[in-house]
Design a protein around this ligand. Structure first.
Ligand code: C2O
Ligand code: CU
Ligand code: CU
Length: 515
């Protein structure tokens, strides 16, 4: 092929591809029933070499939320951020621009790519652009997400609105059983706003993680979805800093088909589903008939700290450097909250003093309006085989103990804080290890590992009911979660941390070195 014809060939290919992409998008549009808000897809352009190029800009955006306008941080002006959709094998080139007044970055949560590219310590300064180029590996289909990753500011930036879905489609999504089922995304997030702004966290917000009283699905309060098939497939992300969701649709069965990193072996029926911060689930819901159904968040006790529990350990005077706090010489026991005049303590009222934000009853997240005569699709029987990573081992290779120090307001792994003396764990590339994560504190912690998917083997010695690939697992107080992880393909430095983002910012993070 000479240069001329090659060029026109490439040009034609590009045009055809973008028409196809457009057709695909249009088809998805007609499938989306009016009224249900879903984040827009991130526009991608196919370059001559097949690479898909997209632009993401982090910016300050005044956004309507629940009848008010709130100053949020957004990606491309959207809250939640646009959904990045790709297929296994695609090469993506994402041009990321920081228009925020502070450093930020993108982390590809759950993606198995080199930590040199998905670098958890990289900073993109205000006004700068950084290009992330990577190939989506085969076998990585699932519901992933992207969010900022600058230590000490992650919690604030995510609470202010940064985060978006990264949906990877694989060959299984194209099989008859699944492709005929209408799919929707549910980004769960709570928001705490006051006078059109997201306030600074108070001390309890930092310890417990920021929870907002406004519960949002795709940025809206109680949106309504009219399904177009039964079952309907839901890809659900908990992008909240700290709020746990115990999901239920009263009277209906949730068929779990996928977890953080793709499909499980076969649908598993359940009536409720717990999603810790950072976790994802895919579920099929075959409604029992026409009518109105609510997706509810049931109460869940994650061991929230109260002013009382904090006052039993007087604050340490050396605790400086904590943003927005000055606890020196304060006796929490005798404090009258109404009279308190502490930097960052405003907004305390929303905590419902002494009981955190623990709701007394179910809260409505969204509503399904199921019409008469919905096209029915059979529930799939089998999804994909999953082989266990590694073999049975009586003892773990490593132990990770999650702890806290109330006096210094630090959250720790093996007694170490990321800020002072980070825990560094060195492992061999392509080896499988068994890790025990034990929670020695009084509250739940979602343990998250970058880059390398893991499988949960057991909890407190009780075998996990099914095999799944995950990147985040909740660990309850006193619980011992055993997992297996293979450090496949990449050497380099990455991190593991609590995905309750305030805890990560307060030091609950360690370094993994793969050599
Ligand atoms: Cu989603 Cu290091 O995090
Ligand atoms: Cu991550
Ligand atoms: Cu934690």
């Amino acid at each position: 092929m000479n240069t001329q014809s090659r060029r026109s060939f490439l040009k034609t290919t590009a045009v055809v591809t973008s028409t196809l992409l457009f057709a695909r998008a249009a088809q998805i549009q007609t499938f989306t029933p009016t009224g249900f808000p879903e984040p827009p897809d991130l526009p991608l352009t196919r370059l001559p070499d097949g690479t898909l190029r997209g632009e993401i800009t982090a910016q300050v955006t005044r956004t309507p939320v629940d009848g008010q306008t709130v100053e949020l941080y957004t990606y491309n002006g959207h809250f939640p951020g646009p959904t990045l959709r790709a297929r296994e094998g695609d090469t993506l080139e994402i041009h990321f621009t920081n228009r925020l007044p502070e450093p930020t970055s993108l982390h590809w949560h759950g993606l198995h790519i080199s930590p040199d590219i998905d670098n958890p310590l990289l900073e993109v300064k205000p006004g700068e652009t950084h290009t992330y180029t990577f190939t989506v590996p085969r076998g990585s289909a699932g519901t992933l997400w992207y969010h900022p990753h600058i230590h000490k500011t992650v919690a604030n930036q995510v609470h202010k609105g940064l985060g978006g879905l990264f949906i990877i489609e694989g060959p299984l999504d194209q099989t008859p059983g699944l492709k005929d089922i209408a799919t929707h995304v549910l980004v769960l997030k709570d928001l705490h706003s006051q006078n059109g702004k997201v306030p600074q966290p108070n001390m309890l917000d930092l310890m417990n993680g920021m929870e907002g009283s406004t519960l949002l699905v795709n940025g809206r309060v109680n949106p309504t979805l009219t399904p177009t098939t039964s079952p309907v497939r839901l890809r659900v992300l908990n992008s909240s800093n700290a709020r746990y969701y115990r999901l239920s649709i009263p009277g209906q069965v949730l068929h779990l088909i996928g977890t953080d990193l793709g499909l499980i072996e076969k649908p598993t029926p359940t009536t409720e589903l717990l999603l810790a911060p950072g976790e994802r689930s895919e579920i099929l819901v075959a409604f029992s008939g026409p009518g109105t159904f609510q997706l509810q968040n049931l109460p869940y006790d994650r061991g929230l700290m109260t002013m009382n529990s904090m006052s039993s350990t007087p604050p340490d005077p050396k605790m400086d450097g904590m943003q927005g706090m000055d606890m020196k010489g304060m006796d929490m026991k005798d404090m009258d909250m109404k009279d308190m005049d502490m930097n960052g303590m405003e907004g305390m009222h929303h905590m419902g003093m002494g009981q955190g934000t623990k709701a007394a009853g179910p809260e409505v997240l969204m509503t399904f309006r199921v019409p008469e005569g919905l096209p029915e699709v059979a529930l799939p029987v089998r999804l994909r085989p999953i082989r266990p990573l590694g073999v049975f081992q009586a003892f773990p290779d490593r132990l990770f103990e999650l702890g806290e120090d109330m006096r210094t307001m630090q959250f720790l792994i093996n007694g170490r804080s990321f800020d002072e003396d980070p825990l560094v764990v060195t492992v061999k590339k392509d080896q499988v290890e068994v890790w025990d994560v034990v929670n020695r504190s009084d509250m739940d912690h979602p343990f998250h590992l970058h880059t390398y998917p893991f499988q949960v083997v057991s909890r407190n010695g009780v075998k996990e009911p099914f095999l799944a690939f995950k990147d985040t697992v909740n660990v309850r107080p006193g619980e011992r979660v055993r997992l297996r992880v293979k450090f496949a393909d990449f050497t380099g430095l990455t991190v593991f941390h609590c995905h309750l983002l305030e805890h990560e910012d307060l030091g609950m993070m360690g370094v993994l070195k793969v050599e």
